[in-house]
Design a protein around this ligand. Structure first.
Ligand code: CA
Length: 524
């Protein structure tokens, strides 16, 4: 045995005293014969992040994690065994009838005062953490032209406007060839509309359209849906470049038109300066992706603690990912501020159940091979670890996919979205997120151009290997170095710094994932 093996202390984490399994913490897992601190001897080799039975489990017995059944034993499982997914039956989905509605009233938490950050204050009172020019597009057809125009604006104009952080072409695959009058088409349309109005774009709305597309500019941005700045004539509509206009002769005339139109927007954005604003101006979207069994042990509980701090500071935290909260629906409805909010949760999750049924799948389609290799046996176990990100506050309100937060929608918000990283991020941008927190165990280089993404690693091993991609290492919780509370405070302070302009790793490397629209309506 190497010196390393001799000195390593076997470590397992149990989330709740009533749990009959615990998670192996050590890098590389633990070998059969390892003696745990209570004298339990491992019967199998158990990989890192996987479950070990703490007591003898009989066939049919509930396997408890987070004090909830994450599965039922398919056979007798002796204490010390590796409890892997093939040994478990998944619990049935909770019906959406007869749920506890707004029954739990968490004690109000003490307000948190005195925390501020430096931000761009918009005319409508919203607050940007970045100062970006966005080019809204009505249809995918214009994407190539917009890409060339953006490159020219970056090269020729941005050096003249040093206070502008960048220019973002809002490219997407929607706009034509779609059943635009289908009831569900409202979701992609309002998503695009609301992304154009994200607080990080400073209220400057500039649209590039093709001309013949189904999603016409005034359908995307009806009069009154966007801010009218002093400099512009009310009623004129947003600043629009239409590629099929007769004035355009050749590609370069289109590009020139877009570049010249960008100038006044850049001038106004460039004149802005960061101002000190209270932490209550934060609108944080939280998400996880590439999850493992540590997500629910380290990073997500730290995010949950941070979420409580933001709510105490008067800010807004959105959590999402329908299929990852569906198995914990009782926890959501019982924590709703009012029965109406609880009904909104049931409405959104019920709509999503129906959406999945139409595709002949259910919530179990969520887990990935990487989730399972990382120790998450099924969606129930993943959900319990995911929902911890929401912290312990009451759920103040609910947003449907593509909806935008209203100015008074503060506190903890359930923004109903699919769990897909890119779709969830896109919908949270539409909701008005100005800062994104993303936890990962398997590792993903995820980033968005429109909004800083703070990435939190669930394991020290990942944080070490991905040292120039992860903004924080919550694996230190499992290593016994810091507590969940300390990690939550550390993340809260990182968020205030990043909101004030400090670049995330994804920003430094310019790692930008595409916007991906949620379109439940038919394509034609
Ligand atoms: Ca996700």
């Amino acid at each position: 045995m190497s010196d390393y093996k001799k000195t390593v202390t076997p470590r397992v984490v149990r989330m709740h005293p009533a749990d009959n399994v615990a998670i192996v913490v050590n890098d590389g897992g633990l070998t059969a014969g390892t003696v745990l601190d209570k004298g339990l001897i491992l019967r199998d080799k158990v990989p890192q992040g996987h479950k070990v039975a703490l007591s003898d489990l009989v066939t049919g017995q509930a396997v408890m994690r987070y004090n909830v059944p994450v599965g039922y034993a398919r056979q007798n499982i002796p204490a010390g065994s590796w409890v892997h997914e093939r040994l478990l039956d998944i619990p049935p989905a909770r019906e959406l009838q007869g749920l506890p509605m707004a029954t739990v009233k968490p004690a109000p938490q003490a307000p948190l005062e005195g925390f501020t950050f430096e931000a761009y204050v918009n005319a409508d009172g919203s607050v940007g953490t970045r100062n970006l020019l966005a080019l809204t597009t009505t249809v995918q057809c214009v994407a190539g032209v917009v890409k060339i125009a953006v490159e020219r604006i970056e090269r020729e104009l941005l050096p003249l406007y040093p206070n502008v952080d960048g220019v973002v072409g809002l490219e997407h695959s929607y706009g034509c060839g779609v059943a635009i009058d289908a009831p569900d088409a409202i979701i992609p349309i309002r998503t695009l509309r609301h992304i154009s109005l994200n607080p990080n774009f400073g209220g400057e709305v500039m649209v590039v359209s093709l001309g013949c597309e189904k999603l016409q500019p005034d359908r995307l941005l009806p009069p009154g849906s966007f801010p009218i700045l002093d400099q512009r004539d009310a009623g004129e509509g947003p600043d629009l470049v239409c590629l099929q206009d007769h004035e355009h002769v050749g590609l370069m005339s289109m590009i020139d038109h877009i570049v010249q139109s960008a100038r006044p927007h850049l001038e106004r954005l460039n004149a802005r300066r960061r101002q000190t604003v209270p932490a209550s101006a934060l609108v944080v979207g939280v998400q996880c992706g590439g999850s493992d069994a540590f997500s629910g042990v380290t990073a997500n509980p730290a995010v949950g603690y941070m979420a409580d701090l933001i709510v105490r500071a008067g800010g807004t935290v959105m959590f999402s990912e329908n299929t990852e909260v569906r198995d914990a629906v009782e926890q959501l409805t019982s924590r709703a501020a009012t029965p109406t909010v609880a009904e909104d949760i049931v409405r959104e999750l019920g709509w999503y159940d129906h959406y999945l049924e139409r595709g002949r799948v259910d919530r179990t389609a969520n887990t990935t091979p990487g989730n399972k290799a990382g120790g998450l046996s099924n969606i129930t176990e993943k959900a319990m670890g995911s929902i911890i990100k929401s912290g312990s506050s009451v759920i103040a309100s609910v947003l449907a996919p593509g909806d935008k937060l209203k100015a008074d929608q503060k506190g903890l918000v359930f923004a109903a979205t699919p769990a897909s990283d890119f779709i969830c991020g896109t919908l949270q941008l539409a909701a008005g997120m100005n800062l994104h927190v993303f936890t990962t165990g398997r590792g993903t280089p995820y980033g968005l151009q429109a909004c800083p993404v703070v990435k939190v690693a669930t394991r020290t091993d990942l944080a070490r290997r991905w040292h120039d991609l992860m903004d924080m290492n919550a694996g230190r919780i499992a290593d016994g170095e810091i507590t969940i509370e300390e990690a939550g405070w550390e993340l809260f302070r990182i968020l205030l710094d990043v909101a004030s302009g400090r670049k995330t790793w994804a920003e430094q490397w310019r790692l930008h994932n595409a916007l991906v629209l949620f379109n439940p309506a038919p394509i034609t």
